[in-house]
Design a protein around this ligand. Structure first.
Ligand code: ZN
Ligand code: ZN
Length: 354
């Protein structure tokens, strides 16, 4: 098989200082280390996390300069000599978790997202807003040949995150999950995954338009928090079963208030899963209720290699649709500007050839 030609230089979007703007410039093409693959990125989704990375919003140290992006889908064009399970020509995805140590207690239990030595694409190592990017071969997502690489890019972060959150909720087929922020990008994917997993969805968001959207995606009920008089009572009633409330709650909203309300309507023995991260927000709940109703509150953060393959599998089977718009690599800052003004519906995906 002829080896693909790999140039020495390439275009990239580089974070050079907190607050941006991100810099569109030429940089050298990276070389894969022995356990890494070099992926020719065809498409990369733009995630809210990329904007947080650019702005320096998080209490988490970032490399500077760093190439942004962590939802890259493309083709393997080179690999290190230790890589055996991935071949040149395979499709691969580069996600937020670029690598982990594989030997700490968390990695040993496939909890690699909480590995203290985890490397994060577009944050602690160069990400996918470049034509060629490297990732640890064991952590790179396997994407079946023939998959639409533009459409699958958002699954590598947003899809994986909500799918893992649903698994962490412990909700089983036939049970009800409330999804808060159901009309947003993460929410629309969560509704589809929940349905595919046999769960009934109670969608919560603001405005009639989002309600229509959630119902089209298969939500059995919609609660509009902007018009609800008593949100907790309405959610419990909508869940059926004599108002016992939903078995699980997925918190995807970028606001703090839902993080205070969820323990009020979750069913006794139910689980509240925090996924969205409103800046500086606190979770609070009455201790009495938490104890006497045996409520679990937990966080869920991306997913492991197996979760990734499962999330991809649902997509490949045609069960998940993520609406997206294509932009060129030079236009990433424009997407960030729209994000800042909350003007984005669906996801923007960068086409590396544009
Ligand atoms: Zn992301
Ligand atoms: Zn580890």
């Amino acid at each position: 098989m002829s080896q693909p030609k790999i140039p020495d230089e390439q275009w990239a979007q580089v974070i050079e200082k907190d607050g941006g703007p991100i810099t569109y410039k030429k940089i050298p093409v990276p070389k894969p280390r022995p356990d890494e693959v070099l992926v020719k990125i065809k498409y990369s989704g733009v995630c809210h996390t990329d904007l947080h990375a650019l702005m320096g919003d998080w209490p988490l140290e970032r490399k500077t300069p760093v190439v942004g992006g962590h939802e890259g889908a493309g083709e393997v064009v080179a690999k290190g000599e230790m890589v055996t399970k991935v071949e040149v020509g395979d499709y691969a995805g580069i996600k937020w978790l670029n690598s982990s140590c594989m030997s700490c207690t968390f990695c040993m239990q496939a909890d690699e997202s909480i590995c203290p030595h985890a490397q994060l694409s577009g944050y602690t190592v160069d990400g996918t807003f470049q034509e060629y990017a490297v990732a640890n071969a064991a952590h790179a997502a396997r994407i079946p040949k023939g998959t639409d690489l533009a459409a699958i890019a958002p699954i590598l972060c947003a899809g994986l995150t909500v799918y893992k959150g649903l698994k962490e909720s412990g909700a089983r087929p036939g049970q009800t999950v409330a999804i808060v922020g159901a009309g947003g990008g993460l929410g629309s994917l969560a509704i589809q995954y929940a349905k595919a997993m046999g769960l009934h969805v109670l969608a919560i968001d603001g405005g009639a338009e989002k309600g229509e959207f959630c119902k089209e995606l298969g939500a059995m009920a919609y609660i509009d928090f902007t018009t609800a008089k008593d949100l907790v009572a309405e959610v419990k009633a909508a869940a059926g079963d004599e108002g016992l409330g939903p078995h699980a709650v997925l918190l995807l909203a970028p606001r703090e208030k839902p993080f205070q309300q969820a323990t009020g309507y979750v069913r006794s023995r139910g689980t509240v899963v925090c996924i969205g991260m409103p800046a500086g927000a606190m979770v609070s709940m009455p201790v009495f209720d938490t104890v006497t109703r045996m409520i679990t509150v937990k966080g869920s953060y991306v997913g492991n290699r197996q979760d990734t393959q499962e999330a991809i599998d649902f997509f490949v089977r045609g069960l998940i649709k993520a609406p997206y718009k294509i932009v060129g690599l030079s236009e990433v800052q424009n997407v960030f500007d729209m994000m800042k003004e909350s003007k984005i519906v669906g996801r923007y995906v960068v086409d590396m050839t544009k």
